[in-house]
Ligand binder design. Structure first.
Ligand code: ADP
Ligand code: AMP
Length: 217
């Protein structure tokens, strides 16, 4: 089953998607990572998205939906990370999956308060090449500024600065929170809430349980 990871910026979606991808054979589709690749590569989409990202606003639905459609193949189950972020995106995802005979996705809501999200984003360091993330106090690399796995440099994201963080959290509350109701209401959708304030391995444990992965995937 495909799974939507739903939660505010900094909730730990990317951290968990990387772990589940490594150990359970899922494929992570992170719209944030894909957009940053487009931006860094200077593609048309990257140029169109850049201003929205810099301001902490959402990139228009039609651009996002087209990008995700281009990523869908008939292979592993997908973990959607940072997508959908609006009801229109969620409806489009249902249609895209349905057209491919994949059924409706499950959804996991990462429950966490706004103050902790801010703290997580303020201390986040990312490997821009692989998308792997660290936190300077909660989840520190062995050597500051260096990825434990590939030795590559870690950077702080441009949009992880205080004013942009605030804007992104406002946008999340206004435009993405309605998806909790979207995924919670229907018979065909399944929504599970997890406590995203716990340490990384405890959040992974809850996900393994929620997705029924105890005996592999
Ligand atoms: P998202 O993908 O939801 O925006 P990230 O996975 O990038 O969130 O995590 C945001 C920040 O919080 C990163 O610095 C990451 O290292 C840290 N982090 C992620 N999960 C946890 C956790 N369970 N406990 C403490 N810090 C975490
Ligand atoms: P993220 O890495 O998920 O925090 O996303 C970084 C930025 O990319 C967001 O602040 C948005 O500007 C943009 N973005 C990522 N995913 C989406 C999406 N599904 N819809 C709209 N904008 C998105």
């Amino acid at each position: 089953m495909d799974v939507v990871l739903l939660g505010g910026p900094g909730a730990g979606k990317g951290t968990q998607a990387q772990i589940l991808q490594k150990h359970f054979g899922y494929r992570q589709i992170s719209t944030g990572d894909l957009l940053r690749e487009h931006r860094n590569g200077g593609t048309e989409l990257g140029k169109a998205a850049e201003g929205f990202m810099k301001r902490g606003e959402l990139v228009p639905d039609e651009l996002i939906i087209k990008m995700v459609e281009g990523e869908l193949r008939d292979d592993a189950d997908v973990l959607f990370d940072g997508f959908p972020r609006t009801v229109a995106q969620a409806e489009a995802l249902d249609a895209l999956l349905d057209a491919r005979g994949r059924g409706t996705p499950g959804a996991v809501y990462f429950q966490i308060d706004r103050a902790l999200l801010e703290e997580r984003l303020r201390g986040r360091w990312t490997n821009p090449r692989t998308g792997r993330v660290y936190h300077e106090t909660f989840n520190a690399p062995k050597v500051a500024g260096i990825d434990d796995e590939d030795g590559g440099p870690l950077v702080q994201r441009d949009d992880d600065k205080p004013e942009t963080i605030k804007r992104r959290l406002d946008v999340f509350e206004a435009q993405t929170m309605p998806l909790v109701e979207y995924y919670g209401r229907g018979k065909s959708h399944r929504l599970v809430a997890i406590d995203a304030t716990l340490p990384v391995d405890e959040v992974t444990h809850q996900l393994i349980h929620a997705l029924g992965l105890e005996h592999g995937h």
